[in-house]
Write a protein that binds this ligand. Structure first.
Ligand code: PRX
Length: 650
């Protein structure tokens, strides 16, 4: 959780740039407050009005069916999400660029709405020809190439449920997710490019498929042209399938609550949870919030730098912007390839006007310095955004000055995989901002900061961030584990949605999100679980026990620190440390590699045997302990742990 400097609460809000406010969709706080009040007074009427912006095949008969914690939105309505992202734009925007893709090596591909529509239809026909039926699950494990959004939209078109697994996850992690969702088809690529090197995605996918009996076919995009292993009867080339496929594919009508996708995310246990989102509510709220939060215009060039493997990529690279007929930039590779100015170069060449990135990226740009930025013309930018983790005020101010040149509002957007769309954020033409603060809930969102008893905390006190009412893009359940859905989100404080975040509210009613209160760790905005890493460690034959905590990191926000007790017969060594790090990479993925691995001979535990992570966190952060340790089984362990940091191998 972020160290909080109480002085920032006293900072004066910065009004939106006057020029921006003049032209903005919502141009004043009065307008925001009016909208907020209307939504609070009659949420169903508010969302019913917004739902007019969906192209329905059949109108819903009821806005909401709500029995805590299960919501059905727009009951009786029928729609097709892919039709809403493509077909309906063809009349006016047939020739408008939909996708502006740039490969890491500089190659480009641009698809108009008509062309994207055609490709999605062709691939939808491929899925149909392979026997994919509505509600079948299709796993996607791909690099950032145009076939990825095409595959998503094709799934949506035929009513299949996509489950995208970020390309940085390991074979084991992919196999677990495929098994949990019982996916029938996998879509992958022969490989991807990262910093000029080939990432052998198919090798990893093949290793996963050895343990995935539910997968019938694996569709492979040829991206790198490297030689890959091939299993006849299972593996099929994307381009060969598409070549023969008709370019016309009707978009059938599906129920409002038809499942759209599953996205796995980390929680407090070792097992990732499959967050399930459905069609109409998700589409509506991502579409609506994209327009409102990014103040989206017809002529904007919109770039969200997130990987589609995470929820930000789902909601704000694909569904939200495409539902609004926006022109989206998609970049395949790393921000520092071939040089540290790649992003600024892309902004200059494509005349990007809206740039949505992460706090980690901003801190990295800041560390790389102005020499990479100054030579570029960034005057096309009119709005900047950030997401995924708290942004420290210094990074926020730098972003505003160095990239925004003082004329771009910053939207610090708070939300989660589970919320589906942005919940707390400034409206760029209305909300005075405070560096490091996500400011106020969007209209229709009832956010409060409370005690465990559900009572509001006073300004300046830390409490739990909760959401009080159902909202259209909320997760519907944890796939296959509705009990966990109820327990994790709706039972901690009965009847309200528990976010897992700590927050403070200031005297102006602004919400400052401080970070997680559970054992979720955010490394470079990527969500990982302490328990998942611990169980990966104890599955190594040398490890008897393990504890994992986070410590602050200047660039990545948080870094992973592990404490390991070895089984007898194993000795601490540099080699073992490297082997354990590799073991985590192969069990979870390279994103979970720890920054530090410490060997210990004891871990601090309560008398009931629970590892005291709070104490370990202090050791990891400061190398010393303060506060109450009276429930510790063996007090001397802390001393020994603190001493062990850094000097614990032979
Ligand atoms: O802790 C909060 C943090 O990211 C968590 C959600 O992670 P994930 O499901 O991976 O979704 C990330 C992208 C939406 C939250 O519980 N978080 C997200 N945005 C912010 C944030 N923390 C502070 N400020 C934000 N703007």
């Amino acid at each position: 959780m972020q160290e909080f400097d109480p002085h920032v609460l006293d900072e004066k809000p910065i009004p939106p740039p006057a020029d921006f406010a003049k032209k903005a969709r919502i141009g004043s706080m009065e307008e925001y407050e009016e909208m907020y009040a209307a939504a609070a007074a009659d949420p169903q009427a508010f969302w019913a009005e917004e739902a007019k912006n969906i192209d329905w095949f059949e109108q819903p008969t009821k806005v909401l069916d709500w029995k805590v914690p299960h919501a059905k939105w727009f009951v009786g309505g029928k729609l097709n999400v892919s039709h809403n992202c493509l077909d309906r734009h063809l009349e006016k925007n047939e020739n408008k660029p939909a996708l502006l893709w740039e490969a890491e090596d500089g190659a480009t591909l641009q698809l108009t709405y008509a062309e994207l529509h055609e490709r999605v239809c062709q691939f939808a026909n491929v899925l149909l020809s392979l026997g994919v039926k509505p509600t079948d699950c299709v796993a996607i494990y791909m690099p950032m190439i145009p076939e990825l959004p095409i595959a998503m939209l094709a799934c949506a078109r035929v009513g299949a449920v996509h489950s995208i697994v970020f390309g940085g996850f390991s074979a084991v992690a992919l196999a677990d997710r495929i098994a949990d969702a019982k996916s029938k088809i996998l879509i992958t690529a022969d490989g991807g490019f990262r910093r000029g090197k080939v990432v052998a995605l198919k090798d990893t996918a093949d290793a996963a498929l050895e343990k995935c009996p539910t997968i019938q076919k694996s569709i492979v995009v040829k991206r790198t042209g490297e030689k890959v292993a091939w299993k006849d009867g299972r593996d099929l080339w994307w381009h060969e399938l598409v070549e023969k496929s008709p370019k016309d594919c009707p978009a059938p009508a599906f129920d409002s609550e038809h499942p759209l996708f599953i996205l796995y995310t980390s929680g407090t246990t070792g097992k990732p949870k499959g967050v399930l989102h459905t069609s109409a509510g998700y589409l509506l709220q991502t579409q609506w919030s994209t327009r409102l939060v990014f103040d989206l215009r017809d002529d904007d060039v919109y770039w969200c730098t997130a990987d589609i493997g995470w929820v930000t990529g789902h909601s704000y690279m694909v569904y939200g912007p495409l539902a609004n007929a926006a022109s989206i930039v998609m970049y395949e590779g790393a921000p520092d390839f071939p040089r540290k100015d790649r992003f600024w170069d892309i902004i200059e060449r494509y005349k990007v006007s809206i740039f949505y990135s992460s706090a980690t990226a901003v801190r990295a740009f800041m560390a790389w310095g102005m020499e990479w930025i100054d030579p570029h013309d960034l005057s096309s930018l009119r709005l900047l955004g950030t997401v995924g983790e708290p942004i420290n005020p210094a990074a926020w101010k730098w972003y505003s000055e160095a990239i925004g040149k003082g004329k771009c509002p910053i939207v610090d957007t708070w939300w989660q995989t589970e919320t589906g769309s942005i919940m707390i954020s400034p409206l760029p033409g209305a909300t005075p901002t405070k560096p490091g603060c996500a400011t106020k809930p969007l209209p229709g969102v009832a956010a409060r900061v409370v005690t465990m008893q559900g009572e509001s905390v006073k300004p300046g006190e830390t409490g739990y961030l909760i959401l009080e009412r159902p909202w259209p893009s909320m997760l519907r359940t944890i796939y296959g584990d509705d009990e966990r859905f109820q327990r994790d989100y709706w039972s901690r404080i009965p009847g309200v949605y528990f976010t897992g975040d700590a927050a403070q509210i200031d005297k102006d009613g602004y919400i400052w999100v401080l970070g997680r209160v559970d054992d979720v760790i955010k490394v470079a905005g990527h969500r990982l679980s302490s328990m998942e890493i611990e169980s990966a460690l104890v599955s190594h034959p040398a490890v008897a026990e393990a504890a994992v905590v986070a410590r602050p990191d200047d660039i990545k926000g948080e870094a992973i620190v592990t404490f390991v007790i070895l089984r007898s017969g194993h000795k601490p060594s540099k080699e073992l440390r490297a082997a354990l790090s590799d073991h985590i990479a192969t069990t979870i993925g390279t994103i979970a590699r720890p920054a530090e691995i410490h060997f210990a001979d004891l871990l601090p535990k309560t008398r009931s045997g629970k590892i005291m992570r709070r104490l370990l966190r202090e050791v990891a952060q400061k190398g010393a302990i303060s506060g109450d340790t009276t429930t510790l089984e063996d007090l001397s362990v802390i001393d020994r742990l603190a001493k062990a940091k850094g000097i614990d191998e032979e």
